[in-house]
Design a protein around this ligand. Structure first.
Ligand SMILES: C[S@@+](CC[C@H](N)C(=O)[O-])C[C@H]1O[C@@H](n2cnc3c(N)ncnc32)[C@H](O)[C@@H]1O
Length: 284
């Protein structure tokens, strides 16, 4: 069948189920179907529609399999095994969190706040896919040394794959927060740790992503507390730490920054106007 006719057939067959089963608007459902086509056909969506061409039976079956899996709830990122962050492609697997647009705020803040510095070392803790550290290194020339770490072996493998893909050099450490770290000191530490409380109703929508990447004890604050307790010893004088947290955790996180000796502590809002990242300095 030619690509335009096939696409229209699939759209009329599945758009309603996408809307109903996945709770999407017509526009979102249509975008998802376009993305599935684009992914399998490895071309721009406009080419499928404007330059109609024959679609092989094999490609048709790939498209239909992805649609079936998506309708059973699997996120597109896990179906494609890649997702975009800060305008770049990153490989993902089901041991890693799917990178979120909200997290891009950390990279924006680093770009803004590190402008006047030189030769900085940066540690990305709980790096998952490596998105924060790798994007920061690619965006900010002042960062000359990069370390990425995660507790999960599969995330460490993924971090190495993304480093290779983006041709970025870094130290990669598998560790339960700082447990396996040599006592190196860093100029900047960043982390997007697990911060969702185990009873949070939003977890129902996140059942395909690993619990280890999402859930933390003590109302979601346990891992942030551990990191802030230990990070002070791993920061150089005048160094800074940036932590992503839940939209309603800003006040509690700033208290943890204060309790652990950090100064000039500040909470920043994300693109949706929610408190999302807090930053503090280690000063004399
Ligand atoms: C919310 S995800 C963030 C992933 C990535 N940094 C991002 O922003 O997309 C949290 C990450 O922390 C890792 N993690 C959870 N507990 C950890 C621990 N005790 N020590 C180190 N990493 C941990 C998880 O494996 C996961 O990759």
């Amino acid at each position: 069948m030619n690509s335009t006719a096939y696409f229209h057939k699939i759209k009329s067959l599945f758009i309603q189920s996408f809307k109903e089963k996945l709770n999407l608007t017509s526009r979102e459902a249509s975008i998802e179907l376009n993305l599935i086509f684009q992914h399998v056909m490895k071309c721009k969506f406009s080419q499928i529609i404007t330059n109609s061409f024959e679609i092989s039976k094999k490609k048709e079956s790939q498209i239909e399999k992805l649609i079936e899996k998506r309708l059973s709830g699997t996120p597109l990122a896990y179906l494609f095994r890649e997702w975009s962050f800060y305008g770049r492609k990153f490989y993902v697997n089901n041991a890693s969190l799917i990178p979120r647009a909200d997290t891009e705020l950390i990279v924006d803040l680093l770009k803004d706040e590190l402008k006047s510095h030189q030769n900085l070392s940066l540690l990305d803790l709980g790096s998952g896919t490596g998105v924060i550290g790798i994007s920061a290194k690619l965006e900010i020339e002042q960062i000359t040394e990069l370390t990425l770490s995660d507790i999960s072996k599969r995330c460490v493998e993924l971090i190495n794959k993304n480093l290779y893909f983006h041709e970025v050099k870094a130290n990669v450490i598998q560790s339960n927060w700082f447990k396996n770290f040599p006592l190196n000191k860093y100029d900047i530490i960043v982390s997007n740790p697990p911060y969702i409380d185990q009873n949070d109703r939003h977890l129902d929508d996140l059942k395909f992503e690993p619990k280890k990447a999402l859930i933390s004890k003590k109302n979601g604050l346990n891992d942030i507390e551990i990191i802030l307790k230990e990070a002070y010893d791993y920061l150089k004088e005048n160094g800074a730490i940036y932590i992503e947290h839940g939209y309603n955790q800003g006040k509690d996180v700033i208290k943890l920054f204060n309790d652990n000796g950090f100064q000039k502590n500040k909470c920043f809002k994300d693109i949706n106007g929610n408190e999302r990242v807090s930053r503090g300095y280690k000063l004399n």
